[in-house]
Design a protein around this ligand. Structure first.
Ligand SMILES: [Zn+2]
Length: 202
């Protein structure tokens, strides 16, 4: 994916010594890449949302209808907050090394401060903060660049259209049933996505 200044500008730190607030810096081969301050901002935005999701009252979590892209526009129901919690922790586990993940778990998931973490992991204070920065940068990038569902921007994650089965469903033929009910998009649509047929009494 390409990073643009319009996206990074709002996330960058104004006093950043590397990007001077623009959020982009020239990497090797003359390619523009996001500054570490931008990646850390993305991680913190996602982490704040994660904290909100895990600490909120259970009854505040809602079931929501997710529209899918494509002509057929089938929809599925989902619990976005719970999905987000699962995605956040699974992405971290998948993309961090074992050592990084142990620190991530202690510090970000269990809320241990640097004193506790450095005692538990046998780490110097400076090394601890460097490792935390590295984790934030690594995950910030993954949260933004992950395909097909990036965690960031959060608005797209929580309210955007899903791309489930887009390639499979999109070129599907239109077929109208004989008694002029709603068009049936079979057989591309999976069974669990289909509505049951409407009976005569309905
Ligand atoms: Zn920067």
């Amino acid at each position: 994916m390409d990073w643009t200044r319009s996206e990074t500008l709002a996330l960058a730190m104004h006093q950043c010594a590397q990007c001077h607030g623009s959020g982009l810096r020239l990497a090797r081969k003359g390619v523009l890449s996001p500054c570490n301050c931008v990646l850390r901002s993305i991680f913190r935005i996602c982490f704040n949302r994660f904290q909100r999701c895990v600490t909120q009252e259970r009854h505040l979590s809602r079931v929501s209808l997710e529209p899918h892209l494509g002509r057929t526009r089938p929809s599925t129901w989902g619990r976005k907050d719970e999905e987000y919690i699962a995605d956040f922790t699974l992405i971290a586990r998948r993309h961090l090394t074992e050592e990084e993940h142990r620190l991530f778990r202690y510090h970000f998931l269990l809320g241990a401060d640097w004193k506790l973490c450095s005692r538990k992991l046998g780490m110097e204070r400076g090394n601890f903060f460097h490792a935390v920065y590295r984790i934030e940068q690594k995950l910030g990038r993954v949260f933004r660049e992950l395909e097909p569902y990036a965690l960031y921007p959060l608005d797209d994650y929580f309210h955007g259209a899903s791309r489930i089965g887009l390639q499979r469903i999109e070129p599907g033929p239109v077929r109208i049933t004989q008694n002029h009910q709603a068009p049936v998009w079979a057989p591309q649509l999976q069974n669990y996505l289909r509505f049951p047929p409407v009976g005569r009494t309905a």
